[in-house]
Design a protein around this ligand. Structure first.
Ligand code: NAD
Length: 246
């Protein structure tokens, strides 16, 4: 059966790989993102996909997206940002607000709008992070926002269970995407080491000796959306090449 699937932040990284996974399965895929150029590039790669330029932190725009798209069987609430700021950094308040606007409000608006018309038996997958369970100095905003995504996902799972709509979260470790590359560059700058060195030390600390690839996460998301995961709801799954979170 062809499913209607919406993936927020589907023009890059994990979202793009996830869109490819569902397109390959023959599903009817809609992606949204903030950048028209990235959406066009994604469409050129994916072919059969509907693209919408939407900022998920804008509730009206999110509601308009789901009104236009109609009932969706699967929502992947993936769009997010990762910005570091220590408490005494000049921009820490701005980073805090931006992180919550996009990573928390954006997921809430997407889930709320999708749930309204989602058919019974649908599936919601949110993208949290290993930092949705753990902590790292200088990542207060990101970490708190990803913890919030897990709380939201568990409540949504309970609320929608009587419609047999399942809601689960994925918690990736380091995934090789534009986001993590930017974060490695920032961490290296803060640590006063080269990007190459910081990346090597990070990868050396991963038991399987490599970063997670976006396709690895896409496969997990796809599984959680599928009937094979019919007894799974309200859960969060680490995908980290062996790093332990809680
Ligand atoms: P990415 O930067 O490659 O892609 C992020 C996507 O989100 C892009 O398509 C971007 O356009 C979109 N986006 C950002 N802000 C948006 C907004 N306001 N409205 C609509 N779209 C918006 O990053 P990624 O690594 O693929 O990250 C995807 C998700 O995975 C994020 O939620 C991120 O926090 C999470 N995550 C990533 C990693 C990692 O190591 N890369 C680890 C754990 C969790």
């Amino acid at each position: 059966m062809t499913r209607r699937v919406v993936i927020t932040g589907g023009s890059s990284g994990i979202g793009l790989a996830t869109a490819r996974r569902f397109v390959d399965d023959g599903d009817d895929v809609v992606i949204c993102g903030r950048s028209e150029n990235k959406l066009e590039a994604a469409k050129a790669q994916l072919g059969q996909v509907e693209c919408h330029r939407v900022d998920v932190s804008d509730q009206q725009a999110v509601e308009a997206l789901f009104d236009a798209v109609g009932p969706v069987d699967v929502l992947v609430a993936n769009a997010g940002i990762c910005r570091q700021a220590r408490l005494d950094d000049a921009n820490s308040d701005e980073v805090w607000r931006d992180s919550f606007r996009i990573n928390v409000d954006g997921v809430y608006y997407s889930v709320k709008a999708a749930a309204e018309s989602m058919p019974d038996g649908g599936s919601i997958i949110t993208v949290s992070s290993g930092l949705g369970k753990n902590a790292r100095a200088g990542y207060e905003a990101y970490t708190a926002s990803k913890h919030a995504v897990l709380g939201l996902t568990k409540c949504v799972a309970l609320e929608l269970a009587d419609r047999n709509i399942r809601a689960n979260a994925v918690c990736p470790g380091w995934v090789d995407t534009p986001m993590s590359r930017g974060d490695v560059a920032e961490s290296a700058r803060r640590a006063g080491v080269s990007e190459q060195q910081f990346r090597k030390e990070s990868v050396d600390a991963i038991p399987l000796g490599r970063m997670v690839q976006p396709e690895d996460v896409a496969d997990l998301i796809y599984f959680l959306s599928s009937d094979d995961a019919r007894a799974i709801t309200g859960q969060s799954y680490n995908i980290s090449c062996g790093e332990f979170f809680n």
